[in-house]
Design a protein around this ligand. Structure first.
Ligand SMILES: [Zn+2]
Length: 398
């Protein structure tokens, strides 16, 4: 068994020790077994420590059957001399703050509201706990957060104690530990008694602060996001930066930003509606103009036009608008869009021409395809001729 320095003192971040072995695991990964270690292995919801052993990078630490494996990026050449370990302290201290903060917040929810924590996750950016309730109000969250921060500000001691299963009944445990021998209790006197194998600071004050960020329903429970310690400052920094950017862009102070954004969104909606209305009116002007340019043929009025860069939907709409107003119209429209030619043909109720038949001969000229019915056709192909020439071909065939 490796001697666990992090249980002797959670603040040890550099140490020298001797090497017991340097084997490879089933995946061909090198690891070191040491006489003693300050590297905390993955466990109990606390992520692994990282750092260095001599000049080798420690990339993962796992405990398997009481033996702690320090996975390294490259094997050591000599195992005879001592090895110097350096734990990435910034990372570890963050884990200590977050992990202990979780103890405090979970205890606060239980103390203030009798809400039990059923699971917990320590992520890279933030932490979550799942509370065994279906609903959480703003006031309840604030109440638990206030209590948790009070416990932090009171600088209460965080103690650890090894006990046996028989001694367990002397402590007001929130949850029965899963291990039965050598139980490690983490105690914040008169507040929290927890079976835990993680690393913790000496005092609640080192957790710094706890801030609840948000919560949501998750599988019938409440999943709550929060941060502790230096992550609170990080969050404040990020959110402040974002707010400053937004207030700068909107040119309003922070306090009025929400109402200003709301007004902006309302205004945008109104403007969109106005633009829609204006487009409709413009459309009917355009249709009227096209109708005036129509030329009388045997039993219909021919309306034709070639456009550059225009959505085919607008041409469809124009053609339909005209034929619904003018029963003797035959409308032929062409558009050139980025190397493609597209066409639309439509007629009112009175002309006898069959448009589907008429344009059948046109599509092969542009390597294109399309179709429709007697009264409405559309399609497209390659720009193998000019848009005007294509229009002429359509007119010829009609
Ligand atoms: Zn713990």
């Amino acid at each position: 068994m490796t001697k666990k320095l992090y249980y002797q003192d959670a603040y040890i971040n550099s140490f020298t020790t001797s090497i017991k072995d340097q084997p490879k695991d089933e995946n061909n990964q090198w690891y070191l077994i040491l006489e003693e270690t300050a590297f905390y292995p993955t466990g109990g919801g606390q992520p692994t420590d990282l750092g260095t052993l001599n000049n080798r990078k420690v990339i993962n630490v796992e405990e398997i059957d009481g033996e702690i494996r320090h996975y390294i990026d490259e094997p050591l050449e000599s195992l005879s001399s001592e090895v110097a370990g350096e734990v990435d302290w910034k990372r570890r201290y963050d884990h200590m703050q977050q992990h202990s903060g979780q103890h405090i917040l979970s205890a606060a929810f239980e103390e203030a509201l009798q809400f039990k924590t059923i699971s917990f996750h320590l992520g890279k950016e933030m932490l979550t706990i799942d509370l065994d309730v279906e609903k959480l109000t703003e006031e309840q969250a604030s109440e638990a957060e206030r209590l948790a921060n009070r416990v932090i500000q009171e600088s209460r001691s965080i103690e650890t104690k090894w006990i046996t299963e028989a001694e367990l009944s002397q402590y007001p445990m929130r949850k029965q530990p899963t291990v039965t021998d050598d139980i490690r209790l983490v105690i914040i006197p008169d507040f929290d008694y927890n079976g835990c194998g993680g690393t913790h600071p000496r005092s609640t004050s080192e957790v710094g602060a706890i801030k609840i960020l948000d919560w949501e329903k998750h599988k019938g429970h409440i999943r709550l996001q929060f941060v502790c310690g230096n992550r609170v400052l990080m969050q404040l920094h990020q959110k402040n930066k974002l707010l400053k950017e937004l207030t700068g862009q909107l040119q309003v102070p922070e306090e009025t930003m929400s109402s200003v954004v709301q007004r902006l969104l309302e205004k945008q909606k109104e403007q969109e509606k106005t633009i829609e209305d204006m487009k409709e009116r413009l459309f009917s002007y355009e249709a009227d103009e096209l109708m005036n340019e129509g030329t009388r043929q045997s039993d219909y009025v021919l309306i034709q036009k070639a456009y550059q860069n225009r959505p085919i939907q607008e041409l469809q709409k124009l053609a339909q608008h005209i034929t619904s107003e003018k029963e003797d119209a035959v409308v032929l429209l062409v558009v050139h869009n980025e190397g493609k030619l597209q066409l639309v043909g439509a007629k009112g109720t009175s002309p006898t021409v069959n448009l589907k038949e008429a344009v059948r001969n046109v599509f092969p000229l542009i390597n294109g395809k399309g179709g429709g019915k007697e009264s409405f056709v559309q399609g497209g192909g390659e720009a193998l001729m000019s848009k005007e020439e294509l229009l002429q071909e359509m007119v010829k065939n009609v």
